[in-house]
Design a protein around this ligand. Structure first.
Ligand SMILES: [Zn+2]
Length: 306
């Protein structure tokens, strides 16, 4: 583990166009001002994004500093993947297995690539479910954890540059990946190229259209920017992009994908290192959001046409 915790400011890049539709700065609206970090909404496509932001090189540097454990993301807690892997009754294990079974009905079991596989829990479950599963991640420390805790080998590198054969995978999964991307179009286009015709992409990320985000936004704007904490919690330095149902579907459709399943679900609170009353508040909001499909995480499954 590299103990360096350098300031992130030198790593930030500036956009001059909306990352989804390309609209220029004059069409953006400032949503939240956190000093060095500012959150904008595109007036054309409603995409939410950070500017300046951590670009690809900055993101690699950020994760190489093991920033997850450092002060930049103080509320994040790692899963105990070794324990979850041994417990097929665990809610995260069950979620992964249920997703795979849903997709299997459509494509059968085949070759799977998990992009940003991290510590390898999804790869582990996929292999147990009978998929031929490969993973790629640029974090050597996460891949080392996958080796140590789950005995898994995955490729270290940049997905967008990786030389996987085209039309090769039945399924490509991006769990908590797309919100870290500098260019979401490049990531989704790469998925399209690597999938077989009729192949499937699964994308899961935080939902910017959730009750939680909306209420945090109200608190920020009604207090004239004084109540920053809830919004700040939801907009973190390593997430340059913030999708909701519409912007995620728009992105996929622009690359020829047909989204055929979408759900929102609540964050796994074992991942959150916050006081109990905050956790309870998040839980209650997500319960209220459920009937409206506005919980704080979003998952879309989309098919590449045959
Ligand atoms: Zn836009």
């Amino acid at each position: 583990m590299n103990p360096r915790k350098e300031p992130l400011a030198p790593l930030l890049e500036r956009r001059s166009a909306c990352p989804l539709c390309g609209a220029g700065v004059s069409l953006w609206r400032l949503l939240c001002d956190f000093g060095a970090m500012k959150i904008f909404a595109c007036g054309t496509c409603r995409m939410i994004f950070m500017n300046p932001f951590l670009g690809k090189e900055g993101m690699k540097e950020f994760f190489s500093q093991s920033a997850v454990e450092a002060k930049e993301i103080p509320h994040f807690k790692r899963h105990d993947v070794a324990a979850i892997a041994q417990n097929p009754g665990d809610k995260l294990y069950r979620r992964y297995a249920a997703c795979l079974r849903r997709i299997e009905e459509l494509t059968g079991k085949g070759r799977l690539l998990d992009v940003g596989c991290g510590e390898g829990l999804f790869l582990y479950v996929a292999a147990k479910e009978g998929w031929k599963a490969e993973g790629i991640d640029f974090s050597s420390s996460d891949l080392e954890r996958a080796r140590k805790n789950l005995g898994l080998e995955a490729r270290e590198g940049d997905f967008e540059k990786a030389d996987f054969p085209e039309s090769n995978f039945n399924l490509i999964t991006l769990w908590d990946v797309l919100e870290h991307a500098a260019d979401p179009h490049a990531v989704i286009e790469k998925c399209r190229k690597l999938l077989i015709p009729g192949g499937v992409a699964l994308i899961a990320c935080p939902n910017e259209g959730s009750f939680l985000t909306i209420i945090a936004g109200w608190l920020y704007s009604l207090s004239f920017g004084i109540i920053k904490f809830p919004s700040r919690l939801l907009h973190v330095i390593d997430h340059p992009l913030y999708f909701d149902k519409d912007t995620l579907k728009k992105l996929l459709r622009e690359h020829g994908f047909e989204p055929f399943y979408l759900e929102t679900y609540e964050t796994d609170d074992r991942n959150i290192n916050l006081p109990l009353f905050v956790k309870v508040f998040i839980k209650v909001l997500n319960i209220l959001a459920k009937p409206f499909d506005m919980q704080n995480r979003i998952m879309v499954i989309a098919k590449k046409p045959c």
